[in-house]
Design a binder for this molecule. Structure first.
Ligand SMILES: [Zn+2]
Length: 287
C-alpha cells in the first residue's frame, strides 16, 4: 500500500471488475448507460469533438484531462447519465467510484444572445443536431466565452475515490465520456445547459422546407414567396462565390422552375469522414 492510496490495478483486471460490478447492478434493477468508444477517436462528430476541444482549451484542465482518456477508452465508464445541470456516472478504478458533475445552466442573457445571433440561420433540427451549421453559427455556439459549452467556473466535480483532488482520472474520464455521448445524443448538451434546442430552429423556414420537400402535389411556392419567408436564403441564381457547390448522394435534381432553397451553411470540417448514425433526433423537449 502507498499511504492510503489503493494499489494500481491492471487494465484487464479493472475491466473484469467493471463487468462483474455492472452485472450485479443490472441484476439489482439499475439501468446502466455505459460509455463505449468505437474507433480511434473518443468523439467523432461536431458536438462531441467541440465539447472535448472546449474542455482541452482550458489550462485548468489540460494537464489533468489526458489521464481520463485511457479510462474512457477501455470501458471504465460503466455508467454515464446526463440530466439537466448534472452528470452522474460510475467509473471503475481500483473500486467502483461515483462521479457527479454539476454544470450551471446557461444564463438567460447568454442563451438569448445565442438565439439572436442564430436567428434564421438554422433551418432544421437535424442540421442542428448533426452539426451541419454555417461557419457563422458554429462560431456562435462554440465561442469559448459566450457559446453553449460551460467554462471551468461553471463546473463542479466530485468523485468518491480516495485520491480525489481538483480533477481525478475518474472525473476526467467522465468529461470525455460526455463528448462520446454527445456523438449519439447531441441534444443532451442542450438539456445539460437547461435550454430548449427547438428555440434555435427557424420554425418558418423549417415549415417552408417541409412544404417544398413534400411538394409537387400541393401548391408550388414561388421564389418570391420563398424570398419573403427566407429573406436572403433563397438561391435565385448563381451560388455565392464563397460557398462551393456540393453534391449529395441520392439528391434528386431540382426540376426546372421548382424553387430551390439555398441553406447558407458549410459542412462541419470533417463531415465527409465522420460516421453519422442514422438515428432520428428526439423531438422531446428537455425537462
Ligand atoms: Zn476519482
Amino acid at each position: 500500500m502507498n499511504g492510503g492510496f489503493k494499489p494500481y490495478v491492471p487494465v484487464a483486471e479493472r475491466r473484469k471488475s467493471a463487468e462483474q460490478a455492472m452485472g450485479r447492478m443490472r441484476r439489482s434493477g439499475v439501468t446502466l448507460q455505459p460509455v463505449t468508444i468505437e474507433g480511434r477517436h473518443i468523439a467523432q462528430t461536431f458536438w462531441g469533438k467541440a465539447w472535448c476541444d472546449h474542455l482541452e482549451s482550458y489550462s485548468d484542465f489540460e494537464n489533468r484531462l489526458p489521464r481520463g482518456r485511457t479510462y474512457v477508452r477501455n470501458g471504465s465508464v460503466c455508467h454515464l447519465e446526463i440530466l439537466r445541470g448534472r452528470i452522474n456516472a460510475k467509473v471503475q478504478g481500483s473500486s467502483m467510484y461515483d462521479v457527479a458533475v454539476d454544470i450551471r445552466p446557461l444564463p438567460g442573457p447568454s442563451w438569448d444572445s445565442i438565439k439572436k445571433r442564430c436567428t434564421g440561420k438554422i433551418v432544421s433540427l437535424l442540421d442542428l443536431l448533426q452539426g451541419r451549421l454555417s461557419a457563422g453559427v458554429m462560431e456562435v455556439v462554440t465561442d469559448r466565452e459566450t457559446g453553449l459549452f460551460p467554462s471551468p467556473r461553471e463546473i463542479r466535480m466530485q468523485c468518491s475515490c480516495p485520491d480525489w483532488a481538483t480533477m481525478c482520472k475518474h472525473v476526467a474520464a467522465v468529461l470525455y465520456g460526455v463528448g462520446a455521448r454527445l456523438d449519439t445524443q447531441p441534444e443532451l448538451l442542450f438539456l445539460l445547459r437547461g435550454v430548449d434546442h427547438d428555440e434555435l430552429i427557424d420554425a418558418r423556414a423549417e415549415a417552408a422546407v417541409q412544404e417544398v420537400v413534400s411538394g409537387g402535389k400541393g401548391r408550388r411556392i414561388s421564389e418570391k414567396d420563398l424570398g419573403a419567408i427566407f429573406g436572403l436564403n433563397v438561391d435565385v441564381g448563381a451560388p455565392p462565390a464563397r460557398i462551393p457547390p456540393r453534391s449529395r448522394a441520392g439528391k434528386v435534381p431540382a426540376k426546372k422552375g421548382a424553387p430551390r432553397v439555398k441553406r447558407k451553411r458549410k459542412p462541419a470540417k470533417s463531415a465527409e469522414k465522420r460516421r453519422v448514425k442514422p438515428r432520428p433526433p428526439s423531438r422531446k423537449k428537455p425537462r
